[in-house]
Write a protein that binds this ligand. Structure first.
Ligand code: ATP
Ligand code: MG
Ligand code: MG
Ligand code: MG
Length: 561
């Protein structure tokens, strides 16, 4: 590829609103451009990397017998209403209407559609297990799209789904995907850890997240310094919600936040907008976070926030604290949980928002409300946040913390979707049963950014070979010099003939500019053709080590291979 006509517009200055390395470097080196907040164009350089990531993902998944397919991104709302996620997903779900006024969804994930397809396409246990996947654009109206490709509103995901007649069969597929993910991320050159995760809103059972270790990661991992034990912070803290029977009803009314100063302080410390915090009451006296209710429980929940704020545990609020914060009288909405817990109403601006909090000696309570569903109540006992230095839950070594980027997740869904969408098969005895399901995701474009977060230096990107857009960056240092130009053209032709992917800098730029750009763009091998062209000698530099060698053109292809 000739760089003189290649669409990779570089930037000299640091892009203003890019605060992480991968985002800055991809903009500066001409890999991508923003089209709207969290929405990006992948320019030719990025597209080549994406192809390579996808090829590795495909190879490893195909090896397991998983079958690639493509499902639509546009879904009828009915499917999502049936599964309950039309309301559960709240504002993250992008909704639209067609010309007839019918509701649609731009898909953030495909459990609904794939379950429908399998329901209608598989009748018997004889066709099981089945494992399908796709690599496709997903849409999520993230509360805070940020960090470039790390959290977009439109992004590429590999999502896979498996269907089984027994839990044992699901467990086998889960393990197989877990192992495949390990191979994939290793081949991609990532330093990562699988961590035990909280199945939370997905309503599933076992789940692991694969975390690429990086300071900019939004997740905190607790891991043992002496074993393989690793868990995300929520899981390590063993936050175990105990459901309480909900019997709340009443009108909800918005009240102003009384504790504004604390809210602002907490928001600043958490890097959030104040509006993101519905309520905060940060008690510092005993190092405890009493109450902090955030919008969008999925992304940054209270446990993470407490950790970020440096408090040591969450404790239940006293009646007094609740009353002061919420400005409500105990029981103003009527009792819940057989009357033993006072409830305070506050906020009902969103489809699915934590709106109230109450406390008694049994613990710390949230009520999640969605307009067309029953109120649900979860009671949280007081709990202490895990600390660095705590004994690891597996008894081996002590816990340490690290930051991670969630690059993938494997999930045992069980029958959550097959039951709500009535997807059944006939077992050996001709009895109808719901499918057991697993789902498996990899953030393809997030992986691209994560690789850069782990592979860069002050001068630019340092691609691992497996995913570099080109293997070689060939520079003709002075295109006006005949000998150099001629040799560069020859070497370019030879590299191409040897099937070595090469970006050829044939631009009429100064040598200094070319060297700078080559470091920035980050190809593993740089071949510079300069002063020694008439001796048929070129200078080769390894981006990774910085090592330079003068090599004769005769030996060049063998060297590069
Ligand atoms: P997060 O916790 O970061 O919001 P998630 O748990 O909501 O991610 P999943 O539903 O598990 O994401 O989706 C599978 C994978 O898709 C994730 O592991 C991640 O790699 C990727 N992914 C999720 N959201 C985004 C996003 N907004 N931008 C880029 N990649 C994403
Ligand atoms: Mg998310
Ligand atoms: Mg997650
Ligand atoms: Mg996830």
């Amino acid at each position: 590829m000739r760089q003189s006509t290649y669409f990779a517009p570089t930037m000299r200055d640091m892009p203003a609103d890019a605060d992480v390395k991968s985002h800055q470097l991809m903009l500066r080196a001409g890999y991508m451009r923003q089209v709207a907040a969290g929405v990006y164009a992948y320019l030719p350089l990025a597209k080549r990397v994406i192809h390579k990531i996808e090829a590795i993902v495909r190879e490893e998944l195909d090896r397991t017998g998983a079958q690639e397919m493509t499902m639509p991104a546009l879904h009828p709302a009915e499917l999502w209403q049936q599964s309950g996620r039309w309301t559960e997903m709240g504002d993250e779900l992008i909704r639209l209407k067609d010309r007839h006024g019918r509701d649609f969804v731009l898909s953030p994930t495909h459990e609904e559609v794939v379950t429908m397809l399998i329901r209608d396409g598989i009748a018997s246990y004889k066709k099981l297990p089945l494992n399908v996947y796709q690599i496709q654009t997903k849409f999520r109206d993230e509360r805070r799209p940020r960090f470039g490709l790390l959290r977009g509103r439109e992004f590429v995901m590999k999502d896979g789904y498996s269907f089984h007649d027994t839990e044992e069969s699901l467990a086998e597929a889960y393990q197989e995907m877990y192992d495949a993910y390990g191979r994939i991320f290793t081949r991609l050159g990532l330093t990562f850890r699988p961590v035990i995760a909280d199945s939370g809103a997905m309503g599933g059972k076992d789940t692991h997240e694969f975390m690429a270790l990086a300071e900019v990661g939004e997740d905190t991992i607790a891991y043992s310094d002496a074993s393989d034990y690793a868990a995300n912070l929520e899981m390590a803290t063993s936050l175990a919600p105990t459901p309480v029977t909900p019997t709340v009803s009443g009108t909800l009314e918005k009240k102003p936040t009384p504790n504004a100063r604390t809210v602002d302080e907490a928001a600043t410390q958490l890097g959030l907008a104040s509006e993101d915090i519905l309520k905060a009451l940060v008690v510092v006296a005993d190092d405890a976070l009493v109450m902090l209710l955030l919008r969008g429980n999925d992304e940054l929940n209270e446990v993470k926030a407490a950790h970020e704020l440096g408090v040591k545990h969450l404790r239940m609020a006293t009646e007094r604290e609740v009353r002061d914060t919420f400005g409500a009288e105990p029981g103003s909405l009527g009792p819940i949980g057989n009357g033993e817990v006072p409830v305070y109403a506050d906020h009902a601006t969103r489809a699915m928002t934590t709106i109230a909090c109450g406390a008694n000696e049994t613990g710390y309570h949230y009520i999640n409300v969605s307009p067309d569903k029953d109120y649900t109540v979860q009671a949280y006992k007081d709990f202490r946040l895990v600390q660095a230095g705590d004994q690891s839950p597996d008894g081996q070594g002590t816990l340490q913390f690290a930051r991670g980027i969630e690059i993938g997740q494997v999930f045992k869904l069980g029958t959550r979707y097959s039951e709500t969408l009535q997807a059944q098969f006939l077992d050996e005895n001709g009895k109808a049963k719901p499918f057991y399901m697993g789902c498996y995701g990899i953030g393809v474009t997030r992986v691209l950014a994560a690789v850069i977060e782990q592979h860069n230096d002050d001068n630019g990107i340092v691609w691992p070979k497996a995913v570099a857009p080109f293997a070689v960056h060939l520079l003709c240092l002075n295109v006006k010099n005949e000998a150099q130009k001629q040799l560069a053209e020859e070497v370019y032709a030879q590299l191409q003939a040897a099937n070595i992917e090469v970006l050829y800098d044939d631009r009429a730029e100064r040598a200094g500019v070319k060297f700078k750009d080559a470091d920035l763009i980050g190809m593993p091998v740089r071949i510079a053709i300069g002063k020694r062209a008439d001796e048929q000698i070129v200078e080769v530099k390894e981006r990774h080590t910085g090592a330079q060698h003068d090599i004769s053109v005769e030996q060049l292809i063998d060297w590069v291979k």
